[in-house]
Design a protein around this ligand. Structure first.
Ligand SMILES: *Cc1c(COP(=O)(O)O)cnc(C)c1O
Length: 365
C-alpha cells in the first residue's frame, strides 16, 4: 500500500548478514556510532525524473566520481532519530514527521531537492522493520537512524546539483557519553562562532559541524567535553552546543532556552522538553541568555541547573562552564532535579512505559 508521496521499495537482502551470535555480542556494548546494521535505504533524484529507484539493499560503500559535487562544495544534509524497543517486544519511532519536515527545510536551505515527507518516513520505517533485530534492549539503548542526502552530479562548476542520493543507515547505540550521562564540563568558545544570521545555523548540514570542529578540539584541549557557542553578532548570548540545544533551570522552578531566531538548530528534543515541562506546570521562557548573566546567576544561586539535549545525548546535565573569561560551577556540579525529571519523562514515553498524550510515537511492529 502506498499513500501519497510513498513509493514501492525494492528489497535486496544482504547475502552476507552478520551472524546472530556476532550481532548479540555487538549489541551487548554497542557504544555510539560504530555498530551498523546489514541494510540501508537509498532513493535517487535527478532533474526531470524526480525521486526514483527506492531500495532497501545491503549496506555497502558508494562508488563516487572524484568530481562529485558534494566532495567539493559540501551540499549535504542529514537527520538523526531513534527507533526504541517497547516493553512488549515491539518498536517505535519518535516524532518521525518532525524529522521529515526539518529534513525538507534543510534541503531547501542548501538548494537541494526536497524529499517528500511521506517518503522520508516510509524509508526509515522500512529499514527499521528489515533490520529490527538490531534494535538493542536496555535503558538508553536504541537504533540510531541517520538519513542523509548528498549532491551527486559530476561537475566542478558551482551550482545546485541536478542529482541527489538520499540514504538511510542505522546504528545500534548505547549511551552517547561514556558511563551514562554524568554532568559535563563545557567550554565557552570566544574565538569561533557556529552560525551567523542569514547562514545555515538552522539547517542540519554537515558544513555546520565542519565549522564547529576547531572549537570542539579547543574545548577538548581545555579539558572540556563539549563546546558552547555564543551569538555571532554580539558574542554575548548563549546559542547552543556543537550538536545539542541548551536549557537553564532557575531556583524559582522556571526554565529558559534560547529562542529559535535562525542561528540555532530547532531540536526535536528541545521542542519535546518544552512541551513536557509545561505539562508538568513549569514555566518555560524562550529568551536570549547572556553568558555574563549565566555566570552571575550561577554564582548567586538564582540558577540551579543547566542541561544540554538532543536525540543522541538525550538530556545531559552541565556541571561546569569554562572559558577564557569565565569559570563557574552550576549548582553542586552534578545532575539537577529538573533535568532528571524531564529525562525520565521523555525516556518513559519513548520506551512505551508512560502514556503518549501528544501522539509522538509511530509504532512499527
Ligand atoms: C541535531 C542537532 C540538535 C538536536 O536536535 P534533536 O532533534 O533534538 O536531535 C541540536 N543542535 C544541532 C546543531 C544539531 O545538529
Amino acid at each position: 500500500m502506498t499513500g501519497s508521496g510513498e513509493q514501492t521499495f525494492l528489497f535486496e537482502q544482504n547475502p552476507t548478514r552478520v551472524a546472530n551470535s556476532e550481532r548479540d555480542a555487538l549489541l551487548a556494548n554497542p557504544g555510539f556510532g560504530r555498530v551498523f546494521t546489514d541494510h540501508m535505504a537509498t532513493i535517487r533524484y535527478s532533474e526531470g525524473r524526480g525521486w526514483h529507484d527506492a531500495k532497501i539493499g545491503p549496506r555497502k560503500a558508494f562508488d563516487l566520481d572524484p568530481s562529485t559535487l558534494v566532495l567539493h562544495y559540501a551540499q549535504e544534509i542529514f537527520e538523526g532519530m531513534k527507533a526504541y524497543r517497547l516493553p512488549d517486544g515491539g518498536a517505535t519511532l519518535f516524532r518521525p514527521d518532525a524529522n521529515a519536515r526539518r529534513f525538507r527545510n534543510s534541503a531547501l536551505r542548501l538548494a537541494m531537492a526536497p524529499l517528500p515527507e511521506e517518503l522520508f518516513v516510509q524509508s526509515v520505517r522500512e529499514l527499521v522493520r528489515i533490520d529490527r533485530d538490531w534494535i538493542p534492549a536496555g535503558e538508553g539503548a536504541a537504533l540510531y537512524l541517520r538519513p542523509f542526502m548528498i549532491a551527486t552530479e559530476v561537475l566542478l562548476g558551482v551550482k545546485p546539483s541536478a542529482e541527489y542520493l538520499y540514504c538511510v543507515i542505522a546504528s545500534s547505540v548505547g549511551s552517547y557519553f561514556k558511563g551514562g550521562a554524568p554532568a559535563i564540563t563545557i567550554w565557552v568558545s570566544e574565538n569561533y562562532t557556529r552560525a551567523a544570521p542569514g547562514g545555515t545555523g538552522e539547517a542540519k548540514c554537515g558544513g555546520n559541524y565542519a565549522a564547529s570542529l576547531a572549537a570542539q578540539a579547543e574545548a577538548m584541549q581545555e579539558g572540556c567535553e563539549q563546546v558552547v557557542f555564543l551569538d555571532a553578532v554580539e558574542r554575548r548570548f548563549v546559542e547552543e552546543l556543537g550538536g545539542m540545544n541548551v536549557f537553564f533551570g532557575f531556583r524559582d522552578g522556571s526554565l529558559q532556552t534560547p529562542p529559535l531566531t535562525g542561528t540555532i538548530l530547532p531540536g526535536i528534543t528541545r521542542d519535546s522538553l518544552i512541551t513536557l515541562a509545561r505539562d508538568m506546570g513549569l514555566t518555560v521562557r524562550e529568551e536570549p541568555y547572556a553568558i555574563d548573566q549565566w555566570q552571575a546567576d550561577a554564582e548567586s544561586g538564582r540558577l540551579t541547573e543547566a542541561f544540554a539535549c538532543g536525540t543522541a545525548a538525550v538530556v545531559t546535565p552541565i556541571g561546569k562552564v569554562k572559558g577564557r573569561e569565565h569559570s563557574f560551577t552550576i549548582g553542586d556540579g552534578g545532575a539537577g532535579p529538573v533535568a532528571s525529571r524531564l529525562k525520565s519523562a521523555l525516556l518513559d514515553i519513548q520506551n512505551g512505559r508512560a502514556p503518549d498524550p501528544h501522539g509522538w510515537l509511530d509504532r512499527l511492529f
